[in-house]
Design a protein around this ligand. Structure first.
Ligand code: 5GP
Ligand code: MN
Length: 338
């Protein structure tokens, strides 16, 4: 955001607005943390604001302050639509194009509000009047901290805001280990702890509240792992049947894809998860180093994301999808070959 954009945000927020804040579909820790963090900040300024999520999100994110006030577009459809149509200002957080919000896309496209995008994904679409995009940022939560800082509001960061932003930075950086983690990320985290983020409690609430069924599902996923040493690649599959047998709930497979990368020598890890209801295979891609999974997901699997973490989907069966996936690898021998 340049100087003029910061000033126009300040001018907008100096007047009462009807604000809606929206994260992407299947929101993760960064999406929920950033929307709620910004929501607290705007509410504390006296603004009328609400967070509207396209659909439900994992239970291990539901401890965040403000969670009870989140409006689920699927469950409270008419209230959500009314708020969107009356909004004067809409913040879209943690996604780069409106195709990422599912059923809410048409609602937002016909909304008569000023749009502000805050996001760290590559290739931001051009729908917002103010686009704050920075692909070098670890997370949208780190961007919301910076956004507040640019508005001169760091002193107004409460413990509620600090807890929400800490959670999103932690989840999007794999607990401060991914390459996107900078010294600045740690400085922001340190300040959030000073402002009341309960770091140990947040790690516990997100990572150490497993159910036995989820751990058994992880066991199943690890058993299914296929290791293609020649291509420094490991992939996992989970069928709908396997998910059902382990009482699958939203969020249960979060982080499974990363196990492939814990193998010595593996630089490309993938998980294919069947979703019978949507009739798709949802795919997560992870890499270390300069193999861009963002490009890979965009080119072959209708997706995108970041260089080292991306997602996509396939409309054919798991077996056909993995067969197609394996057939692509020889095209990437320059990056993947030992
Ligand atoms: P995950 O694999 O954890 O769902 O997502 C990893 C990253 O890729 C996230 O930044 C997420 O926003 C992005 N991503 C996941 N699925 C998709 C998709 O279908 N399309 C696009 N464009 N990005 C995705
Ligand atoms: Mn993010």
């Amino acid at each position: 955001m340049n100087f003029e954009e910061i000033n126009s945000v300040k001018a907008l927020l100096s007047k009462p607005q009807k604000i809606v804040i929206v994260p992407h579909k299947n929101p993760d820790g960064d999406a929920i943390g950033s929307t709620l963090g910004l929501w607290h900040f705007l509410k504390n300024m006296g603004q009328d604001a609400s967070v509207i999520v396209p659909n439900d999100y994992p239970r291990f994110l539901k401890w965040m302050p403000g969670n009870e006030d989140i409006i689920n577009f699927e469950r409270k459809n008419s209230e959500a639509k009314e708020r969107i149509s009356q909004a004067t200002l809409i913040f879209t957080l943690d996604f780069n194009h409106l195709g990422r919000i599912g059923q809410m896309q048409s609602e937002l496209e016909s909304a008569d509000a000023t749009f502000i995008m805050i996001d760290h994904h590559q290739e931001p679409a051009d729908y917002a009047q103010i686009t704050y995009s920075d692909v070098s940022m670890s997370s949208t939560c780190e961007m919301v901290y910076t956004f507040i800082e640019k508005l001169g509001g760091v002193q107004a960061i409460t413990s509620e805001i600090a807890n929400c932003l800490y959670a999103g930075i932690m989840t999007d950086t794999g607990s401060f280990k991914f390459a996107s983690t900078t010294s600045r990320t740690h400085r922001v985290i340190a300040d959030l702890i000073d402002k009341g983020a309960e770091n140990t409690k947040i790690h516990h609430q997100i990572y150490d509240t497993n159910t036995p069924a989820r751990l058994h599902l992880l066991g199943c996923a690890l058993k299914n792992m296929v290791i293609l040493e020649k291509f420094r690649t490991a992939y996992i599959t989970l069928s709908q049947e396997e998910l059902d047998a382990h009482e699958y709930k939203k969020g249960d497979t979060e982080g499974f894809v990363n196990y492939g990368l814990t193998l010595d020598g593996i630089i490309f890890a993938v998980i294919f998860i069947e979703n019978k209801e949507e009739g798709i295979i949802k795919i997560s891609f992870r890499s270390v180093g300069d193999f861009s999974v963002n490009e890979f997901a965009r080119k072959h699997f209708q997706g995108g994301g970041h260089d080292n973490a991306a997602g996509g989907k396939s409309d054919v069966s798991i077996a056909e999808t993995t067969k197609f996936f394996e057939s692509l690898l020889p095209n990437y021998t320059d990056k993947l070959w030992i």
